[in-house]
Design a protein around this ligand. Structure first.
Ligand code: COA
Length: 334
């Protein structure tokens, strides 16, 4: 069996046009622009129109991704869609997306890893490339968090936004490293702090589940916050140590974007300078499995990363789930 590293060979994103500002949220719930900015760092988030689903956002991102790489959707062999907001419980968003973009030669599936979904999905995609089974795998984190946010609950609705971010994985070429190492974790005892209880097999949708708002995000913010600042920093440090990479060798740290204060605490803990970290939560809010590809796309567009740079990706999310990936960026700046 040929073992070759996998590399990210293209990255794209899509956000819906409509923007929801903090000022608009002030009219919907008992909050202020100042509170949201100070406690979360978020200024705006993009929100879908009614009728738009996760597969629609994913389709926009993947079509752009194929164009950028100069391939047809028919060249894709596998599609993995990490998401907590699939179009429906089944069929999978990956199947609906496959039809929408005409990826006739691909199969695919959804993956449930919450805000760590993108890293979990990258790890699966990487194995298919490493083993030589496939040469073109798409991972597209696509979320319509506005579909499960309760816009009468100020503690959650201000945090989230809608977006899709997609990467193409291909075999690394000679001299390229691509994905170097992956560490992933979960701790189910954290499940009670961030969850959506309704609509699954435990509490199938009924009038009662809807009346009790069980189809929305439920969260104990402070518990999640504490977990995030500790574990996202710890696992990032662990992956660097394991691979003998010091923080000054890292060109860009790409943390999950859930709260500016969590990001800043991890930055301080790991000793990264402002030039070594990407933060775009102010524009998009927390887009769950899409935050990391959104960051990769913007860093690449802005010329902040170039071929050969070391990147550390890091996430945490419901489950609890968390993880980190060390990679070498292999895309030439155009
Ligand atoms: N506007 C105004 N006040 C708000 C508010 C809002 N949008 N949301 C909460 N508050 C209030 C609370 O009701 C509370 O009021 P009280 O003191 O009168 O009871 C006060 O602000 C402080 O609440 P607290 O929960 O301690 O605030 P916080 O500083 O922890 O910030 C979060 C709340 C949710 C922003 C923060 O805990 C957080 O980001 N946690 C992590 C969430 C996360 O990352 N989730 C996704 C994981 S992938």
């Amino acid at each position: 069996m040929t073992i070759s590293n996998a590399k990210i060979s293209a990255v794209e994103m899509y956000v819906p046009e409509k923007i929801l500002t903090n000022k608009e949220l002030e009219k919907m719930v008992d909050t202020t622009n100042e509170w949201i900015l100070e406690r979360t760092g978020i200024r705006t988030r993009h929100i879908c129109e009614k009728g738009q689903a996760a597969s629609d956002l994913a389709a926009e991102a993947v079509i752009k991704l194929c164009k950028k790489r100069g391939i047809s959707p028919k060249d894709i062999e596998l599609i993995i869609v990490p998401t907590v907001t699939p179009d429906m419980l089944f069929p999978s968003t990956a199947c609906l997306l496959q039809e929408k973009i005409g990826a006739d030669n691909a199969w695919g599936f959804d993956l449930s890893g919450a805000c760590s979904g993108f890293l979990f999905a990258l790890s699966v995609a990487e194995k298919y490339i490493q083993t030589g089974i496939y040469r073109r795998v798409v991972v597209v984190g696509s979320e319509i968090m506005s579909s499960i946010a309760d816009y009468t609950n100020r503690e959650t609705c201000v945090l989230f936004g809608d977006a899709a971010g997609a990467v193409l994985l291909e075999p690394a070429e000679e001299g390229e490293k691509g994905i170097i190492d992956i560490l992933l974790r979960c701790d189910g005892s954290g499940g009670k702090y961030l969850y959506m209880p309704g609509g699954g097999s435990l509490h199938p949708a009924t009038h009662e589940t809807v009346d009790k708002k069980m189809h929305y995000i439920h969260q104990q913010g402070r518990r999640v916050f504490k977990f995030a600042v500790t574990e996202m920093a710890n696992i990032s440090r662990e992956i660097m140590k394991k691979n003998n990479i010091t923080s000054d060798q890292v060109k860009l740290y790409v943390p999950h974007q859930a709260n500016m204060r969590i990001i800043k605490a991890c930055q301080a803990n790991l000793g990264f300078t402002d030039d070594q970290i990407i933060i775009n939560i102010q524009k998009y809010g927390n887009t769950t499995s899409a935050t990391i590809p959104l960051c990769l796309y913007e860093a690449s567009q802005e010329g902040r990363i170039k071929k050969g740079d070391y990147l550390v990706l890091a996430s945490f999310g419901a489950g609890f789930t968390w993880g980190s990936i060390l990679l070498q960026w292999e895309i030439e700046n155009s």
